[in-house]
Design a protein around this ligand. Sequence first.
Ligand SMILES: [Zn+2]
Ligand SMILES: [Zn+2]
Length: 370
Amino acid sequence: MKRLPWIFAAAVPLSAMGIAALLLSGRLSFPRAFAANAAAAPQATEPIPALTPFVDEHTHFDFDEKDPEGAVRAALSALGRENAAMIVFQISPDTFDHPGHYDAEILLAAVKKHPGKLAITGGGGTLNAMIVQSAATGDAGPAVRKKFKERAEELLREGVIGFGEMTAEHFDGATPYQYAPADHPLFLLLADIAAEHNVPIDLHMEAVPQDMPLPAGLKSPPNPPRLHANIAAFERFLSHNPRAKIIWAHLGSDNTGYRTVELDRRLLLEHPNLYMEIKTDPRAPGLNYPMTEDGKIKPEWLKLFNDFPDRFVIGSDQHYPEPKGQDRRWQEAVLLFNQLPAGVRKKIGTENVAALYGSSVAPYLRAAKN
Ligand SMILES: [Zn+2]
Ligand SMILES: [Zn+2]
């Protein structure tokens, strides 16, 4: 999650019928309707589905206690519209101090009713909070480690398919500013647990190659005036257990300017257990955006996807129910996805997700027609 405009908008649950009605009435718009002529009045278009099935492997739900399964219904109804084979919910990285923090249990039972269509990771609201707390107090002793391991294993027993969304550097937004060293002892422990159980870790981390001031445009407080270098620590995390699969979230949503093609390429070359999620938000494109103004993949990013076709997945950060009146993150990701060569699209769409998450999703994805 990020400091993005949707956090200021009321997340009004939309029924499938409501969405259809809005589409028919032309009140929903999609990003490339604006691209041809930004000065022209917005022109509504039908959503453009993926050319071949894909998994949106990083989404969120806006929980409504009056309608606890609303997010599940919204995601299920989106599958066909997007041509998504599956949607994976992640738990926003959060802290114990933040009122209303939650973890996978809040939606797990409802998600588990739809195997092969929906899945959920866990730990964002508890394991991540424990890491942030431990980084602040300096206590990563045996008692803390024991509690952390027990919680991680509890989540897996309950049925989460991976650990996420964790963070090492997260700007203030829907959840507070958070920092922990990417090689914190609890991150290393989590890598060992993830490797043992063959599940991935999803990590949100702004790229900070060296200590630097907070980028212009971000407020301090609530963010700190300076940021800690994190790439070297991230590489120690990656190297700690080569069998732990780490997904670096939000390629395409760079808030520091350092998530470059060159950095991603070097890390992919040097760390075979590193994967990346593609997120493209037309409302907040950030720096190093992989698409041009008119919606074409930039050649240097296309070359990266082609050079490492086994290492990327789509993780749009879409919220369900879809926030009303906003461009869809999933739509922009699909517009990028649709430009990939067929063989690369097949891998990024479903095969890489099957490889990452193994038996909990692979049998279902084999059935998806590419
Ligand atoms: Zn995130
Ligand atoms: Zn997220």
